[in-house]
Design a protein around this ligand. Structure first.
Ligand SMILES: Cc1cc2nc3c(=O)[nH]c(=O)nc-3n(C[C@H](O)[C@H](O)[C@H](O)COP(=O)(O)OP(=O)(O)OC[C@H]3O[C@@H](n4cnc5c(N)ncnc54)[C@H](O)[C@@H]3O)c2cc1C
Ligand code: SF4
Length: 342
């Protein structure tokens, strides 16, 4: 059985108190939301904070304001199960509702928070292993070692952004507020991520993610999220396609924003695919060509589940499912969720 290392636990009840503690303690401290990512990582000694600052006593981080007509602000501690079961969210931002519903299992969604999901550590088959396993291969560049076993000549780590809600919130044009003892800033969710498996967040170590702001959907806006994973009951995404589009008269796509998760160190924007579909009706040809353009940017490495060649070969089929759902095919996301060769 893997045990947690010893650590000091702080339980602030105000945001200013938490921010002051984080400023004081620096990168040696970690904040804790639901703990469904941080605690397993601590057990595997991937993250070894001397102090854990629990956020659960800060009521302001559970606040909620606005709604579909004005835009929605969710506190970072909003649980994924709350998002999953909220009818207003499902109606206005179906992709967000669906992404939240596809994270892990019901008990984990009851603990896991939206803020924690955005700040989730990147993943890799050579890294998400016990300390003993990693020690046996001499560790790797992400923690305690200097080699990347996925790309040994690479100067960087290619660990994968595996959050389900991250590509969706990027596609929706959402923003986050980050608060530190020095002040606060509000940035697009897409700017929260960096293309580096180690330094994968632009959040400074002294900053707490406090709020997620989702803009009101424009008239005719639709969104969809499709996820590839091995087990339909629970598994991290090895491909996630998030699409938001505004459809005008005759079903013509007036604007689109598409992000892919699970294949790079950050959610990747499929700009060329979005441009390709803009101005067109989502018919079979448009869906096929756009899906191919989405699959083109989903370039997986050999560091997650399934064989690389199979993942590449199914990427456009999964992208097409998201686009068909956008076109109004409500059954498009059904089908074998993660079937395929290992
Ligand atoms: C078996 C299993 C399956 C899983 N499957 C999935 C899956 O399919 N999809 C998926 O997306 N995730 C999955 N997860 C990961 C995890 O459960 C979720 O991502 C969850 O949303 C994490 O939220 P949390 O509140 O528990 O985060 P925590 O574990 O509390 O924190 C995660 C990280 O974010 C930081 N953090 C948390 N909140 C803040 C904040 N407000 N400000 C700054 N930093 C913060 C923490 O310091 C930590 O580094 C899985 C986990 C397990 C154990
Ligand atoms: S991509 Fe390379 S450096 Fe990064 S976690 Fe995997 S093996 Fe380690």
């Amino acid at each position: 059985m893997m045990r947690l290392p010893r650590f000091r636990y702080l339980a602030p009840t105000a945001l200013a108190e938490a921010a002051a503690a984080l400023a004081d303690l620096g990168p040696g401290a970690s904040v804790l939301a639901g703990g469904t990512d941080l605690f397993p990582n601590m057990k595997r000694r991937q993250q070894t904070p001397g102090t854990v600052i629990g956020l659960r006593g800060i009521a302001a981080l559970r606040a909620r304001a606005g709604g579909p007509s004005r835009g929605l602000t969710l506190g970072a501690l909003t649980r994924l199960s709350v998002i999953e079961h909220d009818r207003a969210i499902a109606a206005a931002w179906p992709a967000l509702s669906r992404a939240a519903s596809l994270v892990a299992t019901p008990p984990l969604r009851n603990m896991g928070t939206l803020g924690g999901n955005l700040c989730l550590d990147t993943r890799c088959s050579y890294y998400d292993q016990s300390h003993e396993w990693r020690s046996a291969i001499g560790y790797c560049m992400k923690k305690e070692g200097d080699t990347c076993w996925v790309a040994p000549s690479s100067p960087r780590c290619w660990a994968v952004s595996s959050s389900d809600t991250a590509p969706v919130l990027c596609a929706l044009g959402a923003e986050v507020t980050l608060v530190s003892a020095a002040g606060e800033r509000r940035i697009p969710v897409s700017d929260l991520f960096a293309d580096d498996g180690i330094a994968h967040l632009t959040r400074r170590p002294d900053e707490i993610l406090t709020e997620i702001h989702v803009p009101a959907p424009a008239a005719g806006e639709r969104s969809a999220y499709v996820k590839l994973r091995r087990r339909g009951s629970f598994d991290f995404p090895v491909l996630g396609v998030a699409v938001r589009a505004r459809l005008g008269a005759g079903g013509v796509v007036e604007s689109a924003r598409i992000f892919v998760g699970g294949t790079g160190s950050r959610p990747q924007e499929a700009r060329a695919a979005a441009e390709l579909v803009t101005g067109r009706v989502l018919d079979d040809d448009a869906i096929r060509e756009t899906a191919a353009a989405i699959a083109h940017i989903a370039k997986p490495m050999q560091n997650t589940d399934f064989s690389l060649s199979w993942r590449k070969s199914v990427a456009s089929a999964y992208a097409a499912r998201a686009l068909r759902e956008l076109a109004g095919d409500s059954g498009a996301h059904h089908g074998p969720p993660g079937a395929g060769p290992s």
